[in-house]
Design a binder for this molecule. Structure first.
Ligand code: SAM
Length: 282
């Protein structure tokens, strides 16, 4: 029996395979007074499959602010609510943040009913380090903005995790290869838990080749995971301005002196600039 008075449940639902629906998720969705769903038609099919007849209302990006107030009113009347999204865990690149924030501000109990999420499923099979990772959600859709944004992540040492859609998977992977380097190790996880699930690992050059070589590899939903830079690689990755200074000084001075002056000018460590100079010399 679940607590059914004035409680908001945040309920994860399957990414594709209905066998991933937890018994507790079914119980909660059956017993609450209302289910707030991102797309009521889409979720209606899921609920029907499990014989759940609870009433639904919609909560999506465009009505969240206004709808949250209505839901808070219901909680204050002692009703219980469950929030679900189209797939996976609500609030993870999905609506609900404002609703949860408001519910907590008003002192209502918010209870997680955990389950599938593409970021965790992809990490668990990627073979990349999982002790520290940075979840970045969807990269910006416009190429110029995306490239500048990826540049800010070029020296990140944690595993990077991105969501991407079929419309932009090729462009995004190509930009990642250009900015993170074609040799950076990465994984593309496609259609997780579904019939055409694929987990493809390799360097970014190989993954661009894989995704462009077959139109089927561009279909469905994607998680892209990028190996973080190792501390040694990070040391060599100076920004373009510092590299330019170093190049000019190296034309006139011995490496040691050029590195010291560059480090001083750009506020960097001597050793790191020296290593970059060695890499420039080849
Ligand atoms: N809340 C969801 C979660 O917990 O993973 C994510 C919702 S977000 C709007 C949708 C994105 O998640 C997709 O574009 C894709 O990047 C990723 N995703 C969702 N389901 C997936 C699947 N079965 N395989 C791979 N990626 C998936």
């Amino acid at each position: 029996m679940i607590e059914t008075s004035g409680v908001l449940y945040i309920v994860a639902t399957p990414l594709g395979n209905l066998g991933d629906m937890s018994p507790r998720a079914i119980e909660v969705l059956q017993q609450v007074d209302w289910i707030a769903a991102e797309d009521t038609r889409h979720s209606g099919r899921l609920l029907q499959h499990f014989g759940i007849t609870t009433r639904m209302l919609s909560l999506h990006d465009h009505n969240e602010q206004q709808q949250s107030e209505r839901l808070l009113q219901m909680l204050s009347e002692g009703k219980s609510l469950a929030l679900i999204s189209d797939a996976g865990t609500p609030l993870i690149s999905d609506p609900g943040y404002r609703m949860v924030q408001r519910a907590r501000e008003e002192g209502f109990v918010v209870v997680p009913v955990p389950g599938p999420s593409a970021v965790i499923a992809a990490l668990s099979v990627s073979g990349l380090p999982t002790d520290r990772f940075a979840f970045e959600g969807f990269p910006p859709p416009k190429q110029g903005v995306r490239k500048r944004y990826l540049e800010t992540l070029a020296n990140e040492s944690r595993t990077l995790v991105f969501y991407e859609s079929c419309h932009r998977i090729v462009d995004s992977l190509q930009d990642m290869a250009a900015i993170f380097g074609i040799q950076r190790q990465a994984v593309v996880a496609r259609e997780l838990t579904k019939t055409f699930e694929e987990i493809q690992a390799g360097d970014l050059a190989g993954l661009v080749q894989w995704v462009t070589s077959d139109a089927n590899h561009q279909k469905g939903e994607f998680v892209v995971l990028i190996h973080g830079v190792s501390p040694a690689e990070g040391d060599q990755a100076l920004d373009e301005e510092a590299l330019q200074t170093l190049r000019v000084l190296m034309e006139e001075l011995p490496l040691k002196q050029a590195a010291r002056l560059t480090a001083k000018r750009h506020g960097l460590q001597n050793r790191m600039v020296y290593q970059a100079g060695l890499a420039l010399k080849g």
